[in-house]
Design a protein around this ligand. Structure first.
Ligand SMILES: Nc1ccc2ncsc2c1
Length: 252
């Protein structure tokens, strides 16, 4: 998968050089290209924003600069992927559709993603309108809180998508084990986890986990996942269809 990221802070993405994403890049599974948005400005101050039409606080990022940058990055990607290749354009914004595991799985199936993180009050809305006429352009939110810009959201999305790519997770771990993956634990939060020693500062590991009885262990883990989900994210339990909950579950 090719990933292009255009930002006024390309250095923000240094974390993508390390750990799982760094290894995926070394192994050629993930091909990440960073671009400085200001390289497509033409004034001495390398200006990327201006005051909003209609008034109001803050500044809006200029469409001309983003248009030249996205056009150039598409041309660059096409030199590598083919003259007709087009990226999935992803614009992180608090007003976007929620970024979920389902969206991450969708993006993991794409050969080319182009992220356009904004600062200030966002990017002139004509940019998404312009590119939405010829490619898939999504405005996506990672949650309902205030950030200084979209760069942190791109880090989150690249990691969530990158770890789904074949070969990125080692054999010991598979995406099928994910807490939001389809299956018996779908839509449930991870329950508590333990490792050695069996007693730590007087806290004992639940006995069932030391029993070696796999059926009881599986049942205990599901009970704990359901209990935690009911306590912290009851709306996720509501999503479980009636078949998703067995008669034992209803006693949790
Ligand atoms: N403030 C904020 C919140 C969510 C979000 N998602 C993508 S950019 C962004 C910015």
């Amino acid at each position: 998968m090719r990933v292009d990221i255009i930002s006024i802070f390309p250095e923000y993405f240094a974390p993508l050089d390390v750990s799982l994403m760094g290894k995926a890049r070394e192994r050629g599974i993930l091909d990440i290209h960073l671009h400085q948005l200001r390289d497509w400005t033409h004034d001495v101050h390398r200006t990327v924003d201006d005051t909003p039409y209609g008034g109001g606080p803050g500044m809006v990022m200029k469409p001309e600069v983003w248009g030249e940058a996205v056009d150039a990055v598409i041309d660059g990607g096409r030199a590598a992927l083919g003259a007709d290749a087009l990226p999935r354009l992803i614009v992180p914004t608090p007003s976007g559709r929620p970024f979920t595991q389902e969206v991450a799985l969708e993006y993991a199936g794409e050969p080319w993603l182009l992220f356009a993180p904004a600062r200030y009050e966002g990017i002139d809305s004509r940019v998404v309108a312009e590119y939405g006429e010829r490619l898939r352009a999504d405005e996506v939110s990672i949650g309902d809180y205030v950030l200084a810009g979209g760069e942190a959201a791109v880090l989150v999305m690249v990691e969530a998508v990158g770890r789904l790519l074949p070969g990125v997770l080692g054999n010991a771990r598979s995406v099928a084990d994910d807490s939001f993956a389809p299956g018996a634990m779908a839509n449930l939060l991870e329950g508590p986890v333990y490792t050695k020693p069996p007693v730590w500062r007087g806290h004992e590991v639940p006995e069932v986990l030391l029993s070696g009885h796999h059926g009881r262990i599986a049942r205990w883990r599901r009970d704990e996942a359901l209990r935690r989900t009911l306590d912290r994210r009851p709306e996720l339990v509501a999503r479980l269809d009636r078949d998703g909950l067995d008669k034992h579950d209803r006693r949790v």
